[in-house]
Design a protein around this ligand. Sequence first.
Ligand code: NAD
Length: 363
Amino acid sequence: MSKNVLLLPGDGIGPEIVAQAERVLKLLNEKLNLGLNLDSALVGGAAIDETGVPLPDETLDLARAADAILLGAVGGPKWDELEMSVRPEKGLLGLRSNLELFGNLRPAILYPQLAEASTLKPEVVSGLDILIVRELTGGIYFGQPRGVRQLENGERQGYNTYVYAESEIRRIAKVAFEAAQKRDGKLCSVDKANVLEVTVLWREILDEMAKDYPDVELSHMYVDNAAMQLVRAPKQFDVLVTGNMFGDILSDAAAMLTGSIGMLPSASLDANNKGMYEPCHGSAPDIAGQGIANPLATILSVAMMLRYSLGENKAAGVIEEAVSKVLDQGLRTADIYADGCQKVSTIQMGDAVIAAIDSIVQH
Ligand code: NAD
């Protein structure tokens, strides 16, 4: 049965990097007969320019009908002055909430070839392989009430609400426990249970659920300590699970441990493993249009898509092998460049991955 993949290039470097990922997906579709139908649509600033809204109904309908979605990135200075409700980021948040993509998987893997690219000492990060599981559709980013109000003394007050229902905690914890089972069996839950009642409940539920996963060793850590430990000794972690805001921050910190945010894919899954896949980075307006963006995070997002939503493990493995191969060849985009390597453009990196896939599939 054929499956539908929706491409949402978005803004900034989004269209440049998605174009390379699309070439990879089309090649594998053809070579391995994956039976995928590809479609594309507007989201973010590109959608605002065209239709006035960041998530047009047509895009949402296509997203609902798709088996998997590949997103580039949204946002940029052009739209920064717009009112909050029509900002490009609302397109992304709208997709996540409408499709109930509550489980965000963000691996932070340091490719041995890039050990020097990290700002941390090689011995602290080499061989790093951690997975951050972030709750994506709840917590303080979505909690009501929210806004800016006028106090009686005339001063304005900004306010947001940090809420998690028990069922929301349980479903993200399940994703995290299961991920830990497939890896090294260690799960660290990150909270602020010394200050925030919502995370006291979070901790209680995790402890309760741990009884159903005797093969997983559960620990708890306050978020401030977790931030510290991530830069002090990141290899102590296997899987980390946390709420939306803490996960947002910690996953970017973890991303930088690896030297380049341009290398890291992510998946956002619903309860049935339908997912939206995207690089961890944003639209990088500072380098958009220059043809120098690293497309590997987006290409590796295609690998995650094939594995988690499309059940095509072999094709996923081919992509990961191809990426490792081009790094072995010394090819680097500017963000991961080091002396002695060959600096390549976005398209040249795409060409190299395509050539590597060709040779892997032929053998
Ligand atoms: P960013 O990730 O876009 O860029 C941070 C830095 O990393 C920049 O110097 C950029 O040039 C570099 N970088 C990022 N991706 C790269 C790649 N593939 N290759 C080479 N270098 C890369 O973060 P930012 O600057 O904070 O945000 C820029 C815009 O992106 C903002 O409008 C923000 O709202 C948006 N954003 C979107 C998403 C998303 O769509 N998921 C996520 C984060 C930020």
